[in-house]
Design a protein around this ligand. Structure first.
Ligand code: FAD
Length: 308
């Protein structure tokens, strides 16, 4: 579908809160119907299941139709009244108190200099497929199409599909952040910047996280059904030309230069990275030598599918 017809389609299906009453209704609907499964499904990605058990409250929170305290209090009250799983209640509250409040503090403490950081010296432009979804990689195609239609992708799609690809491809962090600001309904500078620069692209050199979030295509295959069935490019294809490029790009990814990250053992670089990949990447790293600009070593696989 062409991007402009997706936009029209999106106007017809728009269902986000635009008033305080809408925001409260969405909160109560989430607590009644999806909170119980939040913990189990929060990291999953599934074709056709756009929102899974996520709350979709971010835009309402960011434009102040509802406050973080109200949301947390309502969830705590529900947990007192009903027998809700701990991983759902704790997992959800952690997103708000642990992440949202944390990045807010970081932003106000470290800006404006924070937005100039580029610890991994990444300068590649954002590929067009981030704007159009026009690619044979089903994970990126599906997430972008959903984003164009609903202005929404959930956290793991942002971090482990878009973010992982951008990080391994050596995309300029500011271009990645600017793209977020243009694409997401909930985009707001103080939340997007620490997430895009810090958590996702490790451009802050280890302020938000001591290690970059990177993973091979196997992580995407394990957490989603994007590689199931007949797909032109898949995580585990033997033929390099048909293999998800993050798989090969990961092998050439250098260790981060930050002091904290240098102190981490190699296996701590990514919790999501399978063990076999870690040792292959470690030997590829030492064979290639550390400290070289990343774009020279990790992005051939990406060029194959982006044409840049
Ligand atoms: C690269 C990147 C950019 C992001 N940019 C934004 C942004 O501009 N605006 C935004 O609101 N969120 C942003 N996030 C955080 C998160 O992905 C969204 O808040 C979440 O996906 C919104 O969907 P939801 O309301 O269904 O969240 P749920 O999964 O239901 O989570 C509940 C709430 O927790 C909060 N939350 C969860 N994770 C984070 C996080 N990492 N940082 C801050 N708050 C969090 C949100 O307010 C969210 O509504 C970004 C994440 C990444 C990885």
């Amino acid at each position: 579908m062409h991007a402009s017809s997706i936009t029209l389609d999106r106007c017809r299906t728009f269902d986000l809160p635009v008033s305080r009453a809408d925001a409260l209704a969405l909160l109560h609907d989430f607590i009644a119907h999806r909170l119980a499964d939040f913990g189990t499904h929060q990291d999953a990605m599934w074709l056709g299941e756009l929102f899974l058990s996520h709350s979709r409250l971010s835009a309402a929170l960011n434009v102040k139709l509802i406050s973080a305290r109200e949301v947390v209090d309502a969830v705590v009250d529900a947990a007192r009244d009903r027998d809700l799983p701990l991983n759902s209640v704790e997992g959800f509250i952690r997103q708000i108190v642990g992440w949202r409040e944390f990045v807010r503090g970081l932003y106000w403490r470290l800006m404006p200099g924070y937005a100039e950081r580029n610890a991994l010296d990444a300068h590649r432009p954002l590929p067009d497929l981030f704007w159009t979804g026009d690619t044979d990689m089903r994970c990126l195609h599906d997430c972008t199409t959903q984003l164009l239609r609903h202005g929404y992708a959930h956290h793991i799609q942002r971090l482990m599909v878009f973010g992982n690809f951008a990080l391994l491809a050596g995309i300029e962090p500011l271009a990645f952040h600017d793209w977020h600001m243009a694409m997401y309904v909930d985009a707001i500078d103080w939340v997007s910047l620490p997430n895009a620069f810090g958590m996702s692209q490790h451009a802050d050199g280890g302020v938000v996280g001591t290690k970059p979030y990177i993973a091979s295509g196997r992580y995407i295959a394990r957490m989603s059904n994007y590689c199931k069935g007949r797909v032109p490019i898949r995580a585990d294809a033997r033929d390099r030309r048909r293999r998800l490029p993050v798989h090969d790009a990961l092998l050439g990814f250098p260790r981060p230069a930050s002091r904290t990250a240098r102190r981490q053992p190699a296996h701590a670089l990514s919790a999501a990275e399978p063990r076999g990949e870690r040792s292959r990447r470690a030997s590829a790293d030492s064979a290639a030598g550390r400290g070289l600009p990343r774009a020279s070593r990790s992005t051939k696989a990406v060029s194959r599918v982006t044409g840049r």
